[in-house]
Design a protein around this ligand. Structure first.
Ligand code: AMP
Length: 282
């Protein structure tokens, strides 16, 4: 596996691979890789001839007072994991090269970016869509994989690719969970033993919502309340939001019918944890 540090080198490598007729698969990450990331790598490896993983802790998607400097970084370990998965190129550029002096262009998906996470983290998705657009321009993959763990991000990226007519197939792949069903996240390592135990209430809250829908509850507020209750029973957790939304526009549903997404953000101490579950009534 090659570790590629320069944008021009990455671009040149990708161009040559394409010209040789090879299909390029891409998994963009912020590193500190776990089984969730690796599940994306494995799927992409099945679909493409060449796998590129990027590791870039994108400063533009962190707000003031967020955990940019504390965000876990371990490129050596990430590289070892990528080698073990048969990744071909690990792209690990410097922030100074990605955002040189004079950088002035941002990419923003309107509407979707203002809801849910966007309300709590203003400017976050602008950072995400700007870096994803840059990465897709550099790597020019045939296929790029994202996790349903960040459901809103996935929806926004699908919109971005459609709107800017970027020539890439976007895959959104299932959430990988720990033994107690907590979604894997690079931020889980910040949790104390007690917080980690308490966080088990998050997937239980999603289950509770699914359960009340299966039992016939058809009032969206009751569904949301059933999930909220489970989290609020844990003194170490603090709800930021719990919403039952339409997966297409991320607006709260007015009726419990068809395909829905229960999305939530919860704090355990300073650590922000996201999760979601599809709920379907046919
Ligand atoms: P991150 O490094 O957190 O920016 O995540 C990089 C990619 O991995 C994103 O597309 C995430 O949605 C995805 N991802 C993160 N955690 C998981 C998980 N537990 N299961 C599946 N995909 C994940």
């Amino acid at each position: 596996m090659d570790i590629v540090r320069r944008i021009l080198s990455m671009r040149e490598i990708a161009r040559k691979e394409r010209e040789s007729g090879r299909k390029i698969g891409f998994v963009p990450t912020m590193g500190s890789l776990h089984e969730g990331h690796l599940s994306l790598v494995r799927r992409v490896k099945e679909l493409a001839d060449i796998v590129v993983v990027s590791v870039f802790v994108n400063p533009k998607q962190f707000g003031a007072g967020e955990d940019l400097s504390q965000y876990p970084r371990d490129i050596k370990r990430d590289a070892d994991l990528c080698i073990a998965e048969g990744v071909d190129y690990l792209f690990h550029p410097e922030p100074e090269e990605v955002y040189p002096d004079g950088h002035a262009t941002i990419v923003e998906v309107e509407g979707l970016s203002r809801k849910l996470e966007g309300k709590s983290r203003p400017g976050h998705f602008r950072g995400v869509t700007t870096i994803v657009a840059k990465m897709l321009n550099i790597v020019h993959p045939h296929v790029a994989a994202f996790g349903q763990k960040d459901a809103q991000q996935a929806a926004i990226i699908q919109r971005l690719v459609k709107d800017l007519m970027i020539d890439v197939e976007v895959l959104v792949l299932p959430i990988v969970r720990d033994e107690d069903e907590l979604a894997l996240s690079s931020r889980n390592r910040f949790l104390t033993v007690e917080q980690r135990r308490a966080a088990g209430a998050i997937p239980r809250a999603l289950q509770a919502a699914r359960h009340v829908v299966a039992e016939g509850i058809r009032d969206p507020e009751e569904v949301v309340a059933s999930a909220r209750e489970v989290i609020e029973a844990e003194p170490l957790l603090k709800v930021d939001y719990v919403e039952l939304v339409d997966p297409r526009d991320l607006n709260p549903v007015t009726a419990v019918e068809g395909e829905m997404l229960l999305v939530l953000a919860v704090y355990a101490g300073e650590t922000r944890l996201l999760d979601n579950a599809e709920i379907r009534v046919s």
